[in-house]
Design a protein around this ligand. Structure first.
Ligand SMILES: [Zn+2]
Ligand SMILES: [Zn+2]
Length: 121
C-alpha cells in the first residue's frame, strides 16, 4: 500500500515508450507521452484490480488542494479513475494530445459522458 513502492518505471503498453520513475516525490502511474494508464487499481495505489486494461486519458479536472488531475477510463471495463498530473519531474506529463483531443471534441470538463458515446472499440 505504500505509495513509495509505486514509483517505478515501466514500458507503456499503449505507445511502447520507456517511462522513468518520477523525481518529484510522488509516484508514476501513467505514461507522460500518451497519458495512458493501466487498470490495476480499484482505489488509487491499491493494485487490487485484475482487469489490466489500458486506460485512456479522456478528461482533465482541477481540484483545489490537489491540483490538476487526469481522468482515465478503462477500455475494457469502463472503470474511471483520477490521477494527479506529473509535474516538476523528469518526463513531466505532456498534456497537449489530451487538450487537443478535448478541443477537437469541443468540450470542457463537463462533457465527458457525451464524448464516450459513439465510441465503439
Ligand atoms: Zn504511452
Ligand atoms: Zn478495467
Amino acid at each position: 500500500m505504500s505509495r513509495k513502492t509505486e514509483n517505478t518505471g515501466f514500458i507503456c503498453q499503449n505507445c511502447g515508450r520507456e517511462v522513468l520513475p518520477v523525481t518529484n516525490g510522488s509516484y508514476r502511474n501513467h505514461c507522460p507521452f500518451c497519458l495512458c494508464s493501466l487498470h490495476v487499481d480499484n482505489l488509487p495505489g491499491d493494485r487490487a484490480s485484475d482487469c489490466g486494461g489500458i486506460m485512456d486519458a479522456v478528461d482533465i479536472s482541477y481540484k483545489p488542494g490537489k491540483g490538476w488531475q487526469i481522468v482515465h477510463v478503462c477500455r475494457v471495463c469502463g472503470h474511471e479513475a483520477k490521477n494527479k498530473v506529473a509535474e516538476q519531474t523528469v518526463q513531466p506529463d505532456d498534456l497537449t494530445p489530451l487538450l487537443e483531443k478535448m478541443k477537437e471534441e469541443g468540450r470542457g470538463s463537463a462533457g465527458r459522458n457525451k464524448a464516450r458515446k459513439g465510441r465503439e472499440d
